[in-house]
Structure formats: C-alpha cells, structure tokens
Design a protein around this ligand. Structure first.
Ligand code: ATP
Ligand code: PRP
Length: 215
C-alpha cells in the first residue's frame, strides 16, 4: 500500500492532474466527504487528508509514504528525514514582508534597529532579518496575519502573497519579497527503499506532468 498525504483545497486540487498522469484517480471529493482516508482507482494507493502544515510530519514519521507540501511549510518543518525529489511548480506564490501603507519601513530596518514581526513563518522571517542585521521581536501567529499591523500587534508581517488582493483589501503594502514558493513532492526515506518500484513510478509520472515554467 502507498499512502499519499495531501491537504484539502489548492494542494489537493492542483495535485489531481499529476495523479492523473500516474493513472491515479481519487474516488471521493474531499469537499463533500468527511472521510480522512480516500480510496483511489488503484487498490494499492490511498490518499490521507491532513492539515497543510502537517504533511511533512506525516511523511517524516511514515504516517504517509509520500506527500505534497509548500516550500514554505517545508522550510519551517526543517526537511529532516525527507527525500525531496521534485519541485512540482504548483501552488505558486511568494513569501513577502508587508506593512501598513503609512509605516516607514526603510527607516524601521536600518541596521541595528528593532522590528516587531508577526508571522506563521518564524524560521524564514528570523533568517531573513538576521541577514539584514535587524533585531526582530517575533509574534507567532497561525493565520490572519494581515490583522497584526492593523491592530498594533506588530509593525510588519511575513506572509504568503499571490495576487496581492488580501494585502490590498487590508491596506497593507508588500515592501520586500523574501522568496518564491511552490509545492514539492516529499518522500519518506525508508519507504523509498522498501517500496522503491511503486514510489518510483509515481515520482516519474509526476515529473512528466509538471506544468511548464510560466515566467
Ligand atoms: P494550514 O491549514 O496548515 O493552516 P494553510 O491554510 O496555509 O495551512 P493552504 O492555504 O491550503 O493551507 O496552503 C497550502 C500551501 O499552498 C501553502 O503552504 C503555500 O505553499 C501555498 N499557498 C498558500 N496560499 C497561496 C496562494 N494564495 N496562492 C498560491 N499558493 C498558495
Ligand atoms: C493565502 C495567504 C494569504 C493569501 C494571499 O491565504 O495566507 O492570505 O493567500 O493570496 P493573494 O495575494 O492572492 O490574496 P488563503 O487564500 O490560502 O487563505 P487561508 O490560508 O486563510 O485559508
């Protein structure tokens, strides 16, 4: 049995064409079913639905053999115990710094200054501001980061941006792009040895179906 970990929403949706290339069809719609283990048309392949941030953990500990996860999540997890064979180029976005439009960011990030940053991405944010020589007071959040500068919780946020609509709707401006993000295939290293043939087949099929670069 091969167990594939996916999160509901964009990762599930954007992985479906890659699964199709491997001849795998998920037999239930996660938006309609309450089931967390979904069968596929291949009796030896199943999908487990987990929180996006839990995908690397499931694969690391063997709760799943293989999974699809954002590079953002992978960096925060650390990537230990994970073979990362493919950038799938799906769920593309970026990690950026954003502030209120009336906040003087250039002044706030002078070398040696202090900045209050709210984010779910504490590891990415810490590394980024460390290379700039800016001291950071980190506020860890799990969602709705955009609220933090509006309520005085923080000066800046580090969050995902795609169209920029969420920032605009909340009167925030993107002041720095930290890194481009896409989703990657991750594989449990022990499973790769024990279930080499079926996993290789899936990896190769995914590789053949990666969308072309759009820039
Ligand atoms: P959790 O459920 O664990 O809190 P989440 O709500 O961030 O995670 P998703 O919104 O499904 O879960 O995001 C999953 C991944 O998709 C992110 O880790 C990121 O790599 C990518 N992603 C998030 N937002 C966007 C977006 N607006 N456009 C493109 N890709 C995105
Ligand atoms: C993500 C991310 C941003 C938004 C950015 O949220 O956390 O808030 O997308 O995309 P945009 O620049 O196109 O507006 P998502 O839509 O996944 O909502 P959720 O994480 O709160 O479910």
């Amino acid at each position: 049995m091969i167990t594939l970990a996916l999160s509901k929403g964009r990762i599930f949706d954007e992985t479906l064409p890659l699964l199709a290339a491997a001849g795998i069809e998920v037999l239930e719609d996660p938006e309609k079913s309450r089931k967390l283990i979904l069968p596929t048309n291949q009796p030896n392949v199943r999908v487990v639905l987990v929180r996006a941030t839990d995908v690397p953990t499931y694969v690391e500990y063997g709760g799943a053999d293989i999974g699809v996860t954002g590079k953002d999540t992978l960096i925060e997890h650390g990537g230990q115990g994970l073979y990362q064979p493919l950038d799938l180029r799906i769920a593309q976005c970026r990690v950026s710094v954003a502030v209120r439009s009336d906040f003087d960011y250039a002044q706030a990030v002078r070398k040696g200054s202090r900045l209050k940053v709210a984010t779910k991405y504490t590891s990415i944010a810490r590394d980024f501001f460390a290379t700039k020589g800016v001291h950071v007071d980190m506020v860890k959040l799990y969602g709705s980061m955009e609220l933090a500068p509006l309520t005085g919780l923080a000066d800046a946020i580090v969050d995902l941006v795609s169209t920029g609509n969420t920032l605009r709707a909340n009167h925030l401006v993107e002041v720095e792009r930290i890194m481009d993000i896409s989703s990657h295939l991750v594989v449990n290293q022990a499973a790769l040895k024990l279930k080499q043939a079926p996993l290789r087949r899936i990896i190769d099929a995914f590789a053949s179906a990666i969308p072309p670069e759009n820039n």
